[in-house]
Design a protein around this ligand. Structure first.
Ligand code: BES
Ligand code: MN
Ligand code: ZN
Length: 495
């Protein structure tokens, strides 16, 4: 989809379809008013008939207008004129996009930027229009012998006669986020037999090639052996696919600026290992690399926006398979940090690969480290599929992420990382066990990671409930790319 900025007054505009807002109680937005006068009161007549009530996300496509230059109009309800929240706005724009998806319209002019959203500015409005329009037009066609019918809509013009600079900024941000999200969804939706650790490494190299100050480095199993990554390598031992440790480095600030480091869990398939998972729904464990895909998407977006920051993305990638050489319950391995780990359940493998990646992160002298991982089923029990779980050892970092999540409409909810929970990880035979029992599974998983992150400010995002959808709408969501990019934008603004 192309996104353009258009400043032609509506009176002089030629358009296949003009998208205008209406409110409850037959109230018109400024653009709707202009269209109303151009069409001898057609819009207000339709509202008086009661065919559209103006509730949030109501839409009505008018296929013919008595005004030759504008062929159609899409009315979009924004609810109560004096109470337009961020979520309502985003929901309404998404409804507009979904309505147009079902038509033959090729390009549309969107007049929704002008509507005041509580607490937000025009840049925010423009950016969320781009994000909301892009999402429903994502298609996964790689593996179908006949691709799904091509979608007709290919271009959206954001209409505003003023504030071009602010709107263009939102457009640029929105496009970078939308393309980061689309990349993340695509890599995540690919099946495990295509998206292997080697494939992820190739993708990182490819993304790095496309941007001048982005570089990729791939460590092989032999390199990791030298670094002493006994925990990470123990997970990979049960797999025919070689593990990879992928590093993407983006340099947008001077060399002595400490980097923001992202670490993403990259289990390209998690069968559970010897602690084998039940069969039902196991296909969804191809999504156990969504954290790593989000790192790729966020780094791509940062490079596209040329943010004045240094950013490092670290992706430990492996499969977790049952095999004669796989980890066995009771095995004890030694991590890169020197801590020994008793593996009581081989299905708690994410933390085993992340702990070595988190130790490796120290070499970049990080300002902050944020990891994202489809880490625990318990996160779904605790928080469902609405927010990602957030835990960390630094209140400022956690608060910054919470604030960014609200701007990005990519929610998080913080869980406590109190020392009382650490006792659940006691092992009789090693320094630490890899599971903490039935209670508070998301917290004890984060407790495990916290043993390896003491030297820097760190936050952990458990995205098990938010990275993909199950059922009829099965597919990756691209979360938490919007949150990560917003955090970067906020940091760039503060710098
Ligand atoms: N990748 C899974 C977590 C997961 C499960 C994410 C379901 C999304 C949906 C992770 O590797 C895992 O298996 N975790 C175990 C940990 C347990 C053995 C302590 C879990 O959550 O059951
Ligand atoms: Mn597992
Ligand atoms: Zn896993």
């Amino acid at each position: 989809m192309d996104y353009l900025l258009a400043n032609t007054p509506i009176e002089k505009l030629e358009s296949e379809c003009l998208i205008v807002a209406i409110f409850e109680e037959n109230q018109l937005s400024p653009a709707a008013q202009t269209l109303d006068s151009l069409t001898d009161g057609l819009i207000s007549n339709i509202l008086t008939r009661g065919d559209i009530k103006g509730k949030v996300a109501d839409t009505l496509l008018i296929n013919y207008l008595p005004h030759a230059a504008i062929k159609r109009a899409l009315l979009v309800g924004l609810g109560d004129k004096n109470d337009l929240s961020s979520k309502k706005y985003r929901k309404a724009v998404a409804a507009a996009a979904n309505t147009l998806k079902a038509t033959q319209i090729k390009s549309a002019d969107c007049c929704l930027v002008e509507n005041q959203v509580t607490g937000q500015n025009l840049t925010w409005n423009a950016r969320h229009i781009v994000e909301a329009f892009d999402a429903p037009f994502y298609q996964f066609n790689d593996c179908k012998s006949k691709p799904a019918a091509k979608l007709t809509l290919t271009s959206i013009s954001l209409h505003s006669e003023t504030d071009a600079v602010a709107i263009q900024a939102g457009l640029d941000q929105g496009l970078a986020i939308a393309q980061g999200v689309a990349l993340t969804k695509h890599v995540s939706d690919l099946p495990g037999n295509i998206c292997t650790p080697t494939y992820l490494a190739e993708q990182a190299i490819e993304i790095a090639k496309q941007h001048k100050n982005l570089s990729a480095e791939i460590l092989e199993e032999a390199d990791m052996q030298k670094l002493g990554m006994g925990s990470f390598l123990s997970v990979s031992r049960g797999s025919r696919q070689p593990a990879k440790l992928i590093t993407l480095e983006y340099k947008g600030a001077d060399a002595n600026t400490q980097p923001i480091v992202f670490v993403g869990k990259g289990l390209t398939f998690d069968a559970g290992g010897i602690s084998l998972k039940p069969g039902a729904g196991m296909d969804e464990m191809k999504y156990d690399m969504c954290g790593s895909a989000a790192v790729l998407g966020a780094l791509q977006a940062a490079a596209q926006l040329q943010l004045p920051l240094n950013i490092v993305g670290i992706i430990p990638s492996s499969e977790n398979m049952p095999d004669g050489d796989a980890n066995k319950p009771g095995d004890i391995v030694t991590s890169m940090a020197g801590l020994t780990i008793e593996i009581l359940n081989t299905d708690a493998e994410g933390r085993l690969i992340l702990c070595d990646a988190l130790t490796y992160a120290k070499k970049f002298n990080p300002d902050v480290v944020i990891d994202m991982a489809t880490l625990t089923g318990a996160c779904l029990v605790a928080l469902g599929r609405v927010p990602s779980g957030l835990l960390g050892n630094d209140d400022t970092l956690c608060n910054d992420l919470s604030a960014a999540s609200e701007t990005a409409l990519d929610s998080v909810w913080r869980l406590p990382l109190w020392e009382e929970y650490q006792d659940q990880l006691k092992s009789n035979f090693a320094d630490i066990a890899n599971i903490g029992g039935r209670d508070a599974g998301t917290i004890t998983a984060a407790c495990f990671l916290s043993r390896f992150t003491k030297d820097y400010k760190w936050a952990h995002l458990d995205i098990a409930g938010t990275a993909w959808k199950s059922g009829d709408a099965k597919g990756a969501t691209g979360r938490p790319v919007p949150l990560l990019v917003q955090y970067l934008l906020d940091r760039a603004n503060a710098a």
